[in-house]
Design a protein around this ligand. Structure first.
Ligand code: IPE
Ligand code: IPE
Ligand code: MG
Ligand code: MG
Ligand code: MG
Length: 347
């Protein structure tokens, strides 16, 4: 089964729901306060709904938005609730990206200018704030007959947002660690990327009415998916498929990646030098293109890319096996197709 084909039928519903919420729902409708037309014009493109729409228009795979719908439909669960859950997770994910680009100083995402480069740091922070919180309100405002499950999903999502932020705090803070190990970096990666996938999988299990034990297995599966996904993200950056131009954008900005730490196992001195260069890059002296290319080559020559690929394959396989057993035969086909799609490493 082809994953993209599985997801396509759900895409227009998701986009419509996100757009409704952004332009006419809780993010778009201004509270009733007095403001002159002049003032409104001056605020113009920095208006909240407009900023959120501008970020969403940069696209992305919409994986976290579509996954709950694909899983719940494959298990014959409630489609409308799955759509609401997917839209909520996708919006939160995009909110974390708006903030992440501020934190990482990235000017490009998905091949397009990041929100902060367009509206400035203060307004991008405002937009990201709203994108993290509004989706919790959507879930809490579920139709009357789904209020209870809506509250359960909101609690799950709220918890995952805090865990993701904890991961981002660790990600920014790793620079204080003198000599990070593979375990250190994997811990950070897991914390950044696992929790929202946990909501996709456990949320689907809740909507399918599966037992608590299966829900817990979903959370374990999500940890493997989160790790696999972030290792994949590092690999995509290394081979130049992250929508940020040249390979090695992470290194240029002084960010340590899993392939780099794995290469350290074959060349500890080289790694010490890399750490010094990365520290210089985060202190405001980004690495020049030629040096980035040298470090990309160093990672390849010392087995970092190959070892990261093996780690990725192992984590992906663990995810597939756990999630398939927890969610049952119909959804397992979706899980298998997703694992296959991610394994292609093509962006
Ligand atoms: C990027 O996630 C950020 C990470 C958690 C690695 P995605 O690769 O899912 O981003 P989009 O939404 O498809 O652009
Ligand atoms: C972002 O990780 C993870 C979250 C936003 C939680 P990265 O910083 O590696 O993501 P990209 O590479 O910018 O997409
Ligand atoms: Mg980033
Ligand atoms: Mg980051
Ligand atoms: Mg990355």
């Amino acid at each position: 089964m082809d994953f993209d084909q599985l997801l396509t039928p759900h895409l227009s519903g998701l986009e419509e729901t996100l757009l409704q919420a952004t332009l006419r729902g809780s993010l778009g409708v201004a509270t009733d306060y007095a403001m002159t037309a002049d003032a409104q014009n001056a605020i113009g493109r920095n208006e909240l709904g407009h900023m959120v729409a501008a970020h969403l228009a940069t696209g992305g795979k919409r994986l976290r938005g579509l996954l709950p719908m694909a899983l719940v439909q494959a298990g014959a669960g409630p489609a409308e609730a799955a759509l609401r859950l997917g839209a909520a997770i996708e919006m939160v994910h995009n909110g974390t990206l708006v903030h992440d680009d501020v934190q990482d100083g990235d000017r490009l995402r998905r091949g397009q200018p990041t929100l902060w480069t367009q509206v400035g740091l203060p307004q991008a922070i405002n937009a990201g704030d709203a994108m993290l919180v509004a989706p919790l309100v959507w879930l809490l405002n579920s139709p009357h007959d789904q209020r209870q499950v809506g509250a359960q999903l909101a609690q799950l999502l709220g918890h995952a947002v805090v865990e993701t932020i904890r991961g981002q705090v660790a990600d920014v803070g790793w620079r204080l660690v003198q000599r990070p190990t593979v375990e250190d970096l994997l811990g950070v990666h897991l914390a950044k990327t696992g929790p929202l996938f946990g909501v996709c999988l456990q949320g689907a299990a809740i909507l399918l009415g599966l037992p608590v034990a299966n829900q817990h297995t979903c959370q374990r599966a999500a940890r493997h998916l989160g790790l696999a996904f972030q290792v994949r993200d590092d690999l995509l950056d290394l081979i130049g498929k992250k929508g940020r131009g040249q390979p090695g954008a992470d290194l240029r900005e002084g960010k340590l990646t899993v392939p780099a730490v794995l290469a350290a196992e074959q060349d500890t001195e080289g790694f010490s030098e890399l750490l010094q260069r990365l520290t210089a890059a985060t202190d405001g002296a980004p690495l020049a293109d030629a040096e980035v290319a040298q470090w990309v080559a160093w990672i390849g020559e010392h087995g970092g890319e190959t070892a990261a690929r093996t780690l990725f394959d192992d984590e992906l396989a663990a995810f597939e096996s756990l999630a398939s057993s927890a969610l049952g035969p119909g959804p397992a086909q979706v899980i298998g197709a997703l694992a296959h799609r991610l394994g292609l490493l093509d962006g």
